[in-house]
Design a protein around this ligand. Structure first.
Ligand code: KDG
Ligand code: MG
Length: 408
């Protein structure tokens, strides 16, 4: 069996999805996602210029050797661009392998450990009251877990999709405003004064059952993160996400000494090496890698197995910048993983997205039910794809009030 042709498509309804299609001499094709949010043309170029020319003629069933060939074989390895491109190749190879076996992919991982995977939605609001309305909205849809973020009085923006001026979910509305980022202001003191109380009011209002998650988006210094984690302990969060920038893993030690709040980290990680020490030192409770950014199903399965040894559960990244292909790859891992925790899920199933990526995967009552179609269970309509093209966009830049550049 040989790979005969490969094509990359960039574009989509409201997002620049980077989709890889690998064709074989047996008519079976595989699909993968290489979308690197706001840097989409780069994994596409990496695929077109380096990976695809070296894929043609290879046997797609040798997914491990192909993964090693592109990972070890690239002298300058790792990094989000190379790993997103490799992630798409690996996903497509698993898609082919499972289609060849005529099985849904999860069967090749070890079958089902559960019937459906728990999802969390994003509840947001410009202020606390509208955040509570947003939580109600998701509860009515059956969600038992929500990430809660709201605007902070006196802080015009938070830079992570929530601001106090009425625009509550900007991060997830397409920001195709061009290559120059808008600039937003962050004020740590205001956040530290306001957010612990706000989270406690949410807990009191909704009671003990609702799973509450909160994302700090890498904004705090280690000492501040330890203080914040300690102060939100009575809220009984399901997790506190990215309290500090992920580069300084030592920072988590201080937090751990002061708080038992469960910690979730990893959405910016690209390899097992980025999370090895966090997992082995048991400094986190949930690992948040995404199958696309971390190089595919092959390496993420290794991360999940390592995490299981250290009581770390999965909580894969599921921002809408991941296409339904990445979300499907994660869904297969989620039904299999013995140490599954939760899956982030932001509604992708608009009619336009469903037309571009037809699938039988189903979300209901805050749970993801896996498709039993062979492979990943997601298709790609190339005719639909002709409606879309690449649109430049950018994450915001965040500054402190004095102008100091801060972490987005
Ligand atoms: O591209 C960056 C987004 O995916 C990120 O800001 C989303 O923090 C995020 C989350 O938890 O989904
Ligand atoms: Mg996050």
């Amino acid at each position: 069996m040989k790979i005969t042709e490969a094509n990359v498509f960039v574009g989509g309804p409201g997002k620049n999805y980077v989709t890889l299609k690998l064709m074989t001499d047996q008519g079976i094709y595989g699909l993968g996602d290489a979308t690197l949010n706001n840097r989409e043309t780069l994994p596409a170029a990496y695929l077109n210029d380096y990976l695809i020319p070296n894929l043609i003629g290879r046997d797609p069933r040798n997914s491990e050797d192909i993964w090693q060939y592109f990972y070890r074989g690239a002298y300058f390895r790792r990094g989000p661009i190379a790993m997103a491109a490799l992630g798409a190749v690996d996903m497509a190879l698993w898609d082919i392998k499972a289609k060849l076996a005529n099985l849904p992919l999860y069967q090749l991982l070890g079958g089902k450990s559960r019937e459906a995977a728990l999802l969390y939605a994003h509840a947001t609001g410009p202020d606390l009251n509208s955040l509570m309305d947003s939580i109600d909205f998701y509860r009515e849809q059956g969600y038992s877990a929500v990430r809660v973020q709201c605007g902070i009085p006196g802080m015009p923006t938070t830079g992570y999709g929530v601001d106090s001026q009425g625009d509550s979910n900007r991060q997830y509305i397409t920001d195709f405003s061009g290559i120059h980022p808008r600039e937003e202001i962050w004020d740590t003191d205001l956040y530290m004064r306001y957010m612990p109380d706000a989270l406690m009011r949410i807990r009191e209002h909704f009671g003990p059952e609702l799973k509450l998650l909160h994302d700090v988006h890498h904004r705090l210094l280690p000492r501040e993160a330890a203080e914040f984690a300690k102060s939100v302990e009575p809220v009984k969060l399901f997790w506190l996400e990215d309290p500090t920038p992920a580069e300084d893993q030592n920072a988590l030690k201080l937090l751990r000494q002061h708080s038992t709040v469960p910690i979730a980290i990893g959405e910016v990680f690209n390899s097992i090496w980025d999370c090895k020490e966090l997992i082995e030192n048991e400094l986190i409770d949930f690992i948040r890698v995404a199958v696309t950014y971390a190089g595919g199903i092959t390496p993420v399965k290794r991360i999940v197995d390592l995490a299981a040894l250290h009581h770390v559960r999965t909580g894969f990244h599921g921002a809408p910048s991941h296409s339904p292909l990445c979300m499907a790859a994660q869904a297969h891992l989620n039904v299999w993983a013995p140490n599954f925790g939760i899956q982030e899920y932001l509604t992708l199933n608009t009619p336009e997205c469903d037309a571009l990526f037809p699938s039988q995967h189903r979300v209901a009552g805050g749970l993801h039910y896996i498709s039993d179609a062979p492979g990943l269970g997601v298709d790609f309509d190339e005719n639909e794809a002709k409606r879309y093209s690449y649109q430049p966009g950018s994450h915001p830049i965040v500054r402190l009030r004095d102008g100091t550049l801060w972490n987005y």
